[in-house]
Design a protein. Structure first.
Length: 159
């Protein structure tokens, strides 16, 4: 089974959304054979990746950074979307952090990079805004020698 993980921005500009969707779909649906998709199910790139992976027939592994992770989904519909995807996951990996901290987010991203064969990064190429952000996880994965595919519409900045 091939394993593809994701890291990416929570805020994807509307003008980049179609490009990001197409890039994720191309990477996930063109795969032959069984596929495991690893995601922390955060708002934005993680949830978009998870939805597309499920549409493409992948088994979803939810990597939950902390015990209070659900409390971070505060905008209307965010928690419902997260819980829907979590229910559809074949497997759940819950990290031992009690609270959602930068350290917990970094650990979740590192877990995904450690356990995937390829990492998809919905990333504008800029440094992470906090420890454990997309730029940090891309660097970590590259340091491991993992193939990283960056999906982003050039010239746009994240929200």
């Amino acid at each position: 089974m091939k394993r593809i993980g994701v890291t990416g921005h929570r805020g994807i500009p509307p003008e980049a959304l179609a490009h990001v969707r197409a890039g994720l779909r191309a990477a996930l649906c063109s795969h032959q054979g069984s596929l495991e998709a690893l995601s922390s199910l955060a708002v934005g790139a993680d949830q978009l990746f998870a939805d597309i992976a499920l549409d493409c027939g992948a088994e979803l592994t939810a990597v939950i950074p902390s015990g209070d992770y659900e409390q971070g989904f505060t905008a209307p519909g965010e928690l419902a979307d997260y819980l829907r995807l979590k229910r559809l996951a074949t497997r759940e990996v819950r990290l031992a952090f009690p609270f959602s901290t930068d350290e917990a987010y970094y650990a979740a991203g590192a877990y995904i990079a450690d356990h995937c064969d390829r990492l998809l990064a919905v990333w504008d190429g800029l440094p992470a805004r906090g420890h454990g952000g997309t730029g940090d996880i891309v660097r970590y994965a590259r340091d491991l020698g993992r193939p990283v595919t960056v999906i982003w519409r050039e010239g746009l900045l994240r929200d």
